[in-house]
Design a protein around this ligand. Sequence first.
Ligand SMILES: *[C@@H]1O[C@H](CO)[C@@H](O)[C@H](O)[C@H]1NC(C)=O
Ligand SMILES: *[C@@H]1O[C@H](CO)[C@@H](O)[C@H](O)[C@H]1NC(C)=O
Ligand SMILES: *[C@@H]1O[C@H](CO)[C@@H](O)[C@H](O)[C@H]1NC(C)=O
Ligand SMILES: *[C@@H]1O[C@H](CO)[C@@H](O)[C@H](O)[C@H]1NC(C)=O
Length: 611
Amino acid sequence: MAGSGRLRPVAESQFFCRLLIAFLLLPTSSRAQFQNGTSKFEQKLQKGEEQLREEIQSHDDVKEYFFPEKLFADIDIYRTEIPLSQDFTIGVMVNPCGDNSTGSPDTWLGYDCCMERFGDGEYGYLNNDAMKTMDLVYPLYRAARSDPPIPASSDEIFENINLVDDRGGQKSMLTSRRADDEIVVDEECKGIHDPHPYCMGVRLRKKIYSQMAACTDTNETVNAMLECYTPDGVRSKHCMQVSYTQSAFVHICGQEFADDPHCGTFLEIHRLNGSPDDPEEILISETKLLTRETSGMMTTTIPLFYRFDPTKILCEFKETVIRVGTMVLINEQAPACCCPAVYNTLNREGRFMCPNKPGTAHGPFADTVDTLEEEIARDASRGNYPFCPEMGEKEDLMACSKQASSGFSQDTRIENQGGQFGTQMRHYSTPCGHLNLTTHATKGYGWTSPDLKRSYNERCSYFPSCGKLDSGKTTCVGGDDKFTFAGYIGKVTSIPANLDDPNGIYTVTFNDGRTSYNFLLSDLEMQEPDYNYELWYVQRTLYDLVIQQRKPFKVISPKCTYDVVNQRYFPYAQLDAKGEPMNQGDGGFDGKIEAPDYTDGEVFYEAGGPP
Ligand SMILES: *[C@@H]1O[C@H](CO)[C@@H](O)[C@H](O)[C@H]1NC(C)=O
Ligand SMILES: *[C@@H]1O[C@H](CO)[C@@H](O)[C@H](O)[C@H]1NC(C)=O
Ligand SMILES: *[C@@H]1O[C@H](CO)[C@@H](O)[C@H](O)[C@H]1NC(C)=O
Ligand SMILES: *[C@@H]1O[C@H](CO)[C@@H](O)[C@H](O)[C@H]1NC(C)=O
């Protein structure tokens, strides 16, 4: 067809092309009457394109593509979608060529050591022998839940670690790119592991080889005072190199979106759970990725300024006071409860928790069903006994599965029971009975319910169907089951108004805010992660921000600036006029910071900062 031949160069896509043909063929629009190549022809063609563009943009179906901000009130919303490894993988490494803190020229790998070549990170967990020599023991209440490996410091010798890759998978020494450890003389060493874990014999110790392999991860030693180079050798202050790779095309925006800050792939610095100053979503620093195709690792740099302020840099930040958003471990002191016996799949009787989220999470540990996949999974699991009732989003329920009494017709018997919500064969589920203070013929005087085998002195503060484990006891007896949050990690959702009140209530959620439970400060232990910042690999689309990878790293220098007004450390180091970090206090982060004695506040500005 002659028409399509004429149109080919302007067609941007098949869709566009078809619409253009349709448009130019409309009876109302005049057909091109000018010869190809003449200026009149070009003008006509350009006009036609403009009209078409307007036409398309005004169309309801495609409006959201051109004007997403009109459809979505807030497009600055983060959502996490880590790609499945069978689809593609993303790798991120920090300071892959090391930094120049040692400054020795013979260990320097060059600023382009990690461009278009293979690279990976190697990490170690302390092995059992090392744990024994180091006198490390797992906290008991943690060990009961899982066996969390303890990360070794990055310079731990091979003898003491189990080598893993960035997903925690076991790595063989054969594939390690790390050089063998050095053996050096150490007068303190008396034998293997004696007295230090690194001792390897009389007067001998092992030590990590000073030169690291090019293109490896050094995410534990970031120093925000140092300079860095781009792979092309351009030097800047207060920054670090970052390497990335993606086994699929990187989402790079072109044409009219090339400079759109909401389009493309970015590396962003955030702080997990934020800080008292800023929430987690606050962008601390960013760098835009510019290569669509990666073959091996690509290296770029990211500034280490705090929120783009050239007078503030990242620092060795560690929180010491529990606030809303802090992750806490519930310790052994937290009250434990005695609840009806756990559901038994053989006789189909016992208590279970609702909501019952497919997977493993139930009750207080089940977060909101908020994605389509989760909804589908929930619908598919609806037919599985024991049933949970339709219930409010913001509640947890302890339910009991029971057998209908045989003396009655099954249906009448179940209907006579208040609050039942599902039956299967002769079994039905119903909320477990609430406790009443009664004198029971066999259980004696106390708080009990028909579902409990014993009476208790007090009610459980978490669930109205359980009694509180009597003080001094560690287990429930008589067939009741113990329930405790000890060993679980949750997030603080509220703190008492008066922090000095020993009976002040902290509420903690175990399901990302769906429901919360009450604890005292003495029941909680702060869970600060081993790192203080995270690099997020974010795909910015016109609708939202998709976190595709999170890479923790640890800034170890400089120390943070002390905030005299709020008596705590800022999450950054304030630089004075000479570029030196100010007022770093005693730098002690032991959880009991004594306010330094700044008698009249003048010390704060002594270093030459703003008045
Ligand atoms: C105009 O002519 C050029 C050169 O012959 C040809 O490549 C192009 O496809 C023509 N344009 C249209 C719109 O037909
Ligand atoms: C290390 O940093 C210092 C000062 O920041 C600079 O003068 C020196 O050239 C750097 N060395 C290397 C190898 O980058
Ligand atoms: C407990 O007491 C409440 C109110 O006194 C009553 O409504 C409820 O039926 C009692 N429950 C049991 C299991 O006895
Ligand atoms: C270093 O990176 C590994 C893998 O990404 C991570 O598991 C570890 O927590 C990081 N360490 C620090 C101190 O950030």
